[in-house]
Design a protein around this ligand. Structure first.
Ligand code: AMP
Length: 478
């Protein structure tokens, strides 16, 4: 395989995968920091590089954030220190170059009306222009993340009425890209979702107290009731008078990231009205209809491929087997800096169950092929472990184009489907056959979903123009 194995990235911007959480204690007996800690714990899959919690105690914000997993960054002593009425939290993963502690969130600042803390999931596509403009008027930045740009814009946007909602509406008009934001002002917890609704954000409730979370699984964990999703372009303001909402911007057609359903979200979450698990099972069923094969066993690559494997098995009648063990304590192979480390990472992470697969014709289901490293190694391991045939089935279309909206993607040089035909990829990974789910098939899977989808990673139809580094061309849009 002659793929570029370097770590160069197309844009100078960093791409981030993150999870956000917020809670406002409205006369209930809620320890807001501890609740946020458990919320972040269940959003850990959205980011494993840094974690942080900020708490508002009568207008004064205290916070703790650091590099590491939630349980590495926080302990009882730290949590007991974070006392207050409102809290927000954040987990973050980003590309290697941006893996620095000063980028950890929430970002806490003093500005003209007091203190503010803000945490953000997503990516702004006009951050360079906004930053250049602010720097040319003297602004100083301490991080390289988009969050600081948003915080600066909020501080600089002067509205005569001093209403934070008016300020945020104006800021929403200036920032372009994907964002699910939680923030603390002196008196309120605020959530906002970009006008396309690219990243998820939902609202929960315990007693009289409201919560915000990237995914509903975080609400389940702390025993909160799911109320609804934040609408695209909506700002929700939570204070002692309850929840108020402003529909600040209406885009018309929402574009929730389809990759949330494919890979990113936890299967026990519901996003925009649809169960992620159900959507994946349905994608697996459709995958069988599109790419049937005779085999003895269906196996899912843990964890992303498991639900689709169940669907493939149910639709085909081929037994579902537990044929691949995943070591749960290994980080994502995806984040290893070099190709060599990535390859040995796959072996450390996965091991086939010899007894289960020996002499069997196996259909192996995964949610996606990105660089091809994982799939190639797994197929090879299966063959070495005695599988007679390995038929690879992928529950999404070929991943060809970089995401600019919050999913970490290597450059097109490293995306195997950008460079090779499906037949050639099948050879490269050493499979007996390879089939990808069609885009139409995938779009049918989250049935009942209230949202439209961003499918740019599969068809280059970005929901908005994306300024590219080094040339004046913009990516194709809708
Ligand atoms: P690769 O070896 O690059 O082809 O990686 C494919 C594997 O990475 C699949 O098993 C996916 O579940 C997983 N994957 C897909 N997208 C991502 C992502 N953004 N971050 C981490 N892992 C991913």
């Amino acid at each position: 395989m002659e793929l570029d194995t370097g770590t160069d990235y197309v844009l100078d911007r960093q791409r981030e995968e993150c999870g956000v959480f917020g809670v406002y204690n409205n006369e209930d007996d809620i320890d807001v920091a501890r609740t946020t800690y458990y919320g972040l714990y269940s959003l850990q899959h959205r980011g494993q590089e840094s974690a942080g919690i900020a708490v508002n105690d009568e207008g004064t914000i205290v916070f703790h954030k650091d590099m590491g997993l939630v349980n590495e960054v926080f302990n009882d002593v730290v949590i007991n220190h974070l006392k207050g009425k409102i809290a927000i939290g954040h987990v973050r993963y980003s590309t290697t170059g941006a893996s620095l502690s000063y980028n950890a969130q929430p970002m806490v600042v003093n500005y003209r009306v007091g203190q503010m803390a803000l945490a953000h999931n997503g990516n702004l596509v006009n951050s360079k222009a906004l930053r250049d403009e602010m720097e040319s008027s003297g602004a100083i930045f301490q991080s390289t993340n988009d969050t600081e740009i948003i915080v600066n814009l909020i501080s600089r946007t002067r509205i005569s009425s001093k209403n934070i909602e008016k300020t945020l509406e104006k800021v929403m008009g200036k920032i372009k890209g994907s964002y699910a934001i939680v923030m603390i002002t002196p008196r309120r917890l605020i959530g906002m979702r970009d006008p396309f609704g690219i990243r998820p954000l939902c609202i929960g409730k315990i007693g009289k107290s409201y919560l915000l979370a990237s995914e509903s699984c975080a609400l389940d964990t702390i025993g909160a009731k799911f109320i609804r999703d934040v609408n695209p372009g909506e700002i929700v303001l939570i204070g002692k008078d309850g929840l108020n909402s402003i529909q600040a911007k209406v885009q018309g057609d929402s574009r929730l990231c389809i990759f949330e359903f494919v890979y990113f979200a936890r299967p026990d979450s519901y996003i925009d009205g649809t169960s992620v698990h159900q959507a994946r099972v349905e994608a697996g069923r459709q995958l069988y209809r599109e790419h049937p094969v005779e085999a003895d066993m269906v196996i899912g690559v843990p964890d992303g491929g498991l639900d689709a494997a169940l669907g493939y098995s149910r639709e085909s009648g081929i037994p579902y087997g537990h044929g691949l063990l995943r070591n749960r304590y290994v980080g994502r192979t995806f984040i290893q800096p070099s190709q060599d480390q990535r390859e040995s990472g796959v072996k450390i992470k996965f091991n086939p169950m010899r007894s289960e697969i020996s002499d069997k014709r196996v259909v192996m289901i995964d949610d996606s092929i990105v660089r091809g490293t994982t799939t190639r190694k797994i197929v090879q391991m299966f063959k070495e472990a005695g599988a007679r045939e390995v038929h690879m089935r992928i529950s999404s279309p070929p991943y060809k184009y970089p995401c600019h909206f919050g999913i970490d993607t290597p450059s097109t040089k490293q995306l195997v489907a950008s460079n090779y035909s499906i037949d050639r990829i099948s050879d490269i990974i050493g499979a007996d056959s390879l089939g990808y789910l069609s885009l139409d098939g995938l779009l049918k899977a989250p049935s009942g979903c209230k949202s439209g989808f961003c499918t740019a990673c599969f068809n280059e139809r970005y929901p908005m123009v994306v300024p590219m580094e080094g040339n004046k061309m913009a990516c194709s849009t809708r």
